[in-house]
Write a protein that binds this ligand. Structure first.
Ligand code: 5AD
Ligand code: SF4
Length: 458
């Protein structure tokens, strides 16, 4: 603990996080920014002096949840005699801006994803009731530069943001509007953060970006030269002492270059798991979505990835009921799923997002048709996931132990394929990689028997 941590009376901080892993990461960084001001996490909004709602705008439901949560917080704020500060962060904040304060006047601050480093000054302004309560400028570079480089790790697996924003403009998606243009961090900055995590016992790093495999960060200062790609970055992070495992998310098929695919084969720290959203199996729909590839090209990428890293687990995202999607188009999606075989996948009903091109397209699909397609797709994906998990029975897997289990004497962790694994073992295994024989499986997790622990890499 440094002196700034103790200088002020602790104030309660509660951050509610919705949406993607980038938001989880951003919430951690907000905690880092607020710590020197004396804010310490509390376990519920009722104990908090500052509540941050870190929001997601990707589907309509996510946005509505925010307004209902803000209604609840208003009551708590009144009960606190107005002492509580309510901040709304994330993509809803970016998209709605001033409208948020108009619809819910209990909101004190609104800050977009590029403004987290400005939280302390915004809080100061709010407490003096002067200045702007809204920060939604796009300045990703300033954010990257201003956030503290060192991190407070929270367990042996950590996220590390390497890239933000997106220039792909898929016709259904709000991200290019809420997160702004694609921008990569420099390799030096990323390295400092990764080393700081490793020094705190982190053994698995998940590199994050809305379009992570479009990464093109400035090369390390000592090497100069052209920007690095994600494949180069992964090999580099793999050399940091203590980092045994690397993942990255979320990728786009268009940016799955040969070097990144090769890195899956030549870098043992790269975990055999790839989340590669495809959205649809119909070429017509993929074109209308502006995805920039066909189903055939997706299959070619999958074949190359499986060639480079046999046994790699694949994950994906799907949207059903995109405007104009016919039964035949949907069947093409089912066919793509059957042919590929996924370890896990996330599927959604198309949600009309104001301001995106697809929202204006003809042929919006009725809700009951979307429902039926989603159910059929999810049943198939569940079967594949159950079968993938059952395939691990009898195998011995390296499990990164991340916490205590719900039952006494149990711990849990994550397999190389991202499965949750529960087994009997002492709590001092937390933070270690354990060899575990898998003895049971279900849709969402595995159970195993502890064999032995591996020491941290030098
Ligand atoms: N409707 C439904 N799903 C969406 N996604 C993004 N935008 C929409 C939308 N308008 C899904 C995509 C993406 C994931 C993060 O959310 O599948 O990969
Ligand atoms: Fe959205 Fe498409 Fe960019 Fe992914 S690639 S963030 S779906 S616009």
């Amino acid at each position: 603990m440094n002196s700034t941590d103790t200088a002020k009376t602790p104030k309660g901080l509660f951050i509610r996080t919705y949406g993607c892993q980038m938001n989880v990461y951003d919430s951690e960084r907000m905690r880092d920014v607020l710590r020197p001001l004396g804010y310490a996490p509390v376990d519920g909004p009722e104990h908090a002096d500052l509540v941050v709602v870190n929001t997601c705008h990707i589907r309509e439901k996510a946005t509505e949840k925010v307004y209902s949560e803000l209604g609840q917080l208003k009551k708590l704020k009144e009960a606190s005699g107005g002492r509580m500060t309510i901040a709304v962060a994330g993509c809803v904040a970016q998209a709605e801006g001033e409208e948020l304060i108009r619809r819910q006047p209990a909101v004190d601050l609104v800050l977009g994803p590029q403004a987290y480093h400005k939280l302390p000054e915004m809080i100061a302004r709010a407490s003096r009731a002067v200045g702007d309560r809204l920060e939604t400028e796009f300045d990703t570079l300033e954010k990257f530069d201003a956030l503290p480089k060192a991190r407070n790790a929270d367990g042996p697996a950590a996220f590390l943001s390497v890239q933000e924003g997106c220039d792909k403009f898929c016709t259904f998606c709000v991200v290019p509007y809420t997160r702004g243009a694609e921008l990569s961090r420099s390799v030096d900055d990323i390295t400092v953060e990764a080393r700081s995590l490793a020094a705190q016992g982190v053994r698995e790093i998940s590199l994050l970006g809305q379009n992570v495999n479009a990464f093109h960060g400035a090369a390390p200062a000592i090497e100069g030269g052209p920007d690095w790609t994600l494949g180069q970055l992964c090999r580099h992070i793999a050399k940091i002492g203590g980092i045994d495992r690397i993942r990255y998310t979320t990728s786009h098929p268009r940016d799955m270059d040969d070097d990144l695919i090769a890195a899956h084969g030549d870098t043992p720290a790269m975990m055999p798991f790839l989340h590669l959203p495809v959205q649809s199996g119909s070429d017509r729909i993929l074109k209308a979505m502006n995805r920039g590839h066909t189903a055939g090209e997706f299959h070619e990428i999958v074949a190359k990835v499986r060639d480079a890293r046999p046994g790699i687990a694949l994950a994906s995202d799907f949207i059903v009921g995109f405007p104009g999607e016919t039964d035949l188009d949907f069947e093409a999606t089912m066919e793509l799923v059957r042919r590929t075989g996924f370890a896990i996948a996330y599927s959604f009903k198309y949600s009309q997002r104001p301001g995106t091109p697809a929202a204006e397209m003809f042929g919006q699909v009725p809700e009951d048709v979307k429902d039926a397609r989603l159910q059929a797709l999810q049943a198939l994906l569940r079967d594949q996931q159950t079968a993938f998990n059952a395939d691990q029975i009898g195998q011995t897997l390296d499990i990164l132990v991340t916490g205590k289990g719900r039952m006494a004497g149990q711990v849990h962790g994550r397999s190389p394929y991202m499965q949750a694994v529960h087994f009997d073992g002492p709590p001092d295994l937390i933070g270690q990689i354990a060899s575990v024989r898998i003895i049971g499986s279900s849709l969402n997790s595995l159970t195993g028997e502890f064999i032995t622990a591996r020491e941290a890499a030098a």
